[in-house]
Write a protein that binds this ligand. Structure first.
Ligand SMILES: O=C(O)CCC(=O)C(=O)O
Ligand SMILES: [Fe+2]
Length: 246
């Protein structure tokens, strides 16, 4: 099962590498730090990943309600499944995350080499927004790139869309989120079930608009750039997020 999924992924990616969609995504990504990339994987792979995401969130999701001073106390109100839980219980997700074909195609979109995240907790995380007011509030990520797979999402009148501010940097001792919002345009993007998107998450301030109804479930796969590996990144918000909490 797993081998077939990876084979289908590899075949699809070889085909996509030649398509005009990659060039369009690369242009969007360069301009806005965001690109829809739903074409990256075939429906069979989306389905296999979605099946594991949904059973993991039902069985192992942990509710969090936190704010971080490093991101100006913006809220995280969500349910999560950690990387270690995912790696223990899913064969497909780790195999897809590590697929060299997928990583190579991501590199075409972001226009530089993409590397597996050296800090395991940020390799992949499942997040569900499920109550009115649930949100993944304004933040940056520690590593350069995210590939987000949207499994479930309410229609935009109930929130759940992605907002981002490209070309901004994270000073953890003075995040100045409001200044970043005032000084730059904010882009908003509608995403739905079956969509994938790529974001330059370390220099793109981003959030998920609070939901007022429905359920929004995603898996975020984080990847590093070469320069991430050369600098010594700290992981305060991630370490706090994954600290055991009931
Ligand atoms: O849910 C999303 O679309 C974004 C998730 C995100 O920003 C993150 O997991 O760091
Ligand atoms: Fe993020």
């Amino acid at each position: 099962m797993n081998a077939r999924i990876v084979q289908e992924l590899n075949q699809h990616v070889r085909h996509s590498a030649l398509s005009g969609e990659v060039a369009a995504a690369r242009r969007g990504f360069a301009e806005r730090g965001f690109a829809k990339a739903s074409f990256l994987v075939p429906a069979s792979v989306k389905q296999a990943v979605a099946d594991d995401v949904l059973s993991l969130i039902e069985e192992s999701g942990v509710r969090r309600d936190l704010r971080f001073k490093e991101t100006g106390d913006t809220p995280r109100r969500m349910r999560n499944v950690t990387r270690s839980e995912i790696a223990t219980r899913s064969a497909v997700i780790p195999a897809v995350y590590e697929s060299e074909a997928l990583i190579g195609l991501l590199g075409e979109i972001v226009d530089e080499p993409v590397l597996v995240c050296p800090y395991e907790p940020e390799q992949y995380v499942i997040t569900r927004l499920e109550h009115t007011g649930d949100t993944h509030g304004w933040h940056w990520d520690d590593y350069s790139f995210a590939l987000v797979w949207v499994v479930q999402c309410p229609p935009p009148e109930h929130g759940g869309f992605v907002q981002c501010v490209a070309g901004t940097t994270w000073d953890k001792s003075n995040p100045a989120i409001h200044r970043a919002l005032l000084d730059n345009p904010t882009w908003s993007f509608e995403v739905g079930s079956g969509d994938l998107y790529v974001m330059r998450t370390n220099t793109t301030l981003h959030r998920v608009y609070p939901i007022t109804a429905g359920v929004r479930t995603i898996i975020n796969m984080g990847y590093a750039s070469k320069s991430d590996l050369e600098s010594s990144l700290s992981h305060e918000t991630m370490d706090a997020l994954w600290a055991e909490q009931v």
